[in-house]
Design a protein around this ligand. Structure first.
Ligand code: NAD
Ligand code: ZN
Length: 244
C-alpha cells in the first residue's frame, strides 16, 4: 500500500471524498451489513420509507430518536478527524469536498465544514408540508413516542433524512455531482457501492479523468471502477493516505 496520496506534490489538485457507513463503524455505529445493532431490530421498510412513515409515523420517530441517541454517544474516530484536518490544512474552498451518505453527524462533530450530506442528518427535522419553511436543528435525546407537529402549520414533522425510494435534495445532489465532475482525485471510504446515486459517482469522476481510490474493509460492488483499492479499516488507512 502506498502510504500517501502524493497530495503534497500537487499544489492545485482537487479532492472529493465520498464516505459511507463504514467510516463510522469504528465509532460504534453499525453498518447495514454488520450483524446486530439497530438495523436488525427494525424493519427498514417500516422505518425508512415514505410508505412506512405514512402508515406509522410514531414508529418511524422512535427509530430515528434511537439512532440520534445512539449516535450522540459515539465519537468521531481517526478517519473522520484525518478528513477534517486535511480540509483545515488546504484552506481553499475549491480543493476539497466531502460527500457523505451518513446521517450520524460525526463528520461535522470532527470539524468538517465543506460537507454535503446527501442523505440528510438525523439531528435535523423538517415539516412534511413541502411548502412550509419549518426546518430545525434537533438535538433532543428524548425517545419520541408520538410524531411531533410543526409549530407553524400543524403538519407532522419528519426527520430530515432521505429514505429508501426518495430522491436526494436536488441542490445538494447538483453540488455533489459538480464536485465529482471537476475533481482530480476521487476517494470513496467505507461504502459498499450498492446505494445509488452515490455508487455511480466514481464512474462520473473516472469519465472526467480523475484518479479513483477506495478505502474499504471488503471489496465494494463497484470495485472495477477504482484504480486503487486500499483494503482495511478507515481509521488506520486514512491518516496515512491523507498525510501531507
Ligand atoms: P453499507 O453498510 O452498505 O456498507 C458499508 C461498507 O463499509 C462495507 O462495504 C464494509 O466493507 C465497509 N466497512 C465496514 N467497516 C469498515 C471500516 N472500519 N473501515 C472501512 N470500511 C469499512 O454502507 P453504505 O454504502 O454507506 O450504504 C448504507 C446506507 O445506509 C447509506 O445510504 C447510509 O446513509 C445509511 N447508513 C448510515 C449509517 C450512518 O449514518 N453511520 C449507518 C448505516 C447505514
Ligand atoms: Zn409546517
Amino acid at each position: 500500500m502506498r502510504s500517501d496520496l502524493g497530495l503534497g506534490l500537487l499544489p492545485s489538485f482537487r479532492l472529493v471524498v465520498l464516505t459511507g457507513a463504514g467510516i463510522s463503524q469504528e465509532s460504534g455505529i453499525p453498518t447495514f451489513r454488520d450483524a446486530g445493532g439497530l438495523w436488525e431490530r427494525f424493519d427498514m421498510r417500516q422505518v425508512a420509507t415514505p410508505e412506512g412513515f405514512q402508515k406509522d409515523p410514531s414508529l418511524v420517530w422512535r427509530f430515528h430518536s434511537e439512532m440520534r441517541r445512539y449516535a450522540q454517544k459515539c465519537a468521531p474516530n481517526a478517519g473522520h478527524i484525518a478528513l477534517a484536518d486535511l480540509e483545515r490544512d488546504l484552506g481553499d474552498e475549491d480543493r476539497f469536498t466531502l460527500i457523505t451518505q451518513n446521517v450520524d453527524d460525526l463528520h461535522r462533530r470532527a470539524g468538517s465544514r465543506r460537507l454535503l450530506e446527501v442523505h440528510g442528518n438525523v439531528f435535523r427535522t423538517r415539516c412534511t408540508d413541502s411548502t412550509c419553511p419549518k426546518s430545525t436543528a434537533f438535538r433532543d435525546e428524548a425517545l419520541y413516542e408520538e410524531a411531533p407537529r410543526c409549530p407553524l402549520c400543524g403538519s407532522l414533522m419528519r426527520p430530515d433524512v432521505v429514505w429508501f425510494g426518495e430522491y436526494l435534495d436536488p441542490i445538494i445532489e447538483t453540488k455533489a455531482r459538480r464536485a465529482v465532475m471537476n475533481c482530480d482525485i476521487f476517494m470513496a471510504v467505507g461504502t459498499s457501492g450498492a446505494v445509488w446515486p452515490a455508487a455511480g459517482y466514481v464512474e462520473i469522476a473516472r469519465a472526467a479523468g480523475a484518479r479513483t481510490v477506495i478505502v474499504n474493509l471488503d471489496p465494494p460492488e463497484n470495485l472495477r471502477a477504482f484504480d486503487e483499492f486500499h483494503q482495511g479499516k478507515a481509521s488506520q488507512i486514512l491518516p496515512l493516505l491523507l498525510k501531507r
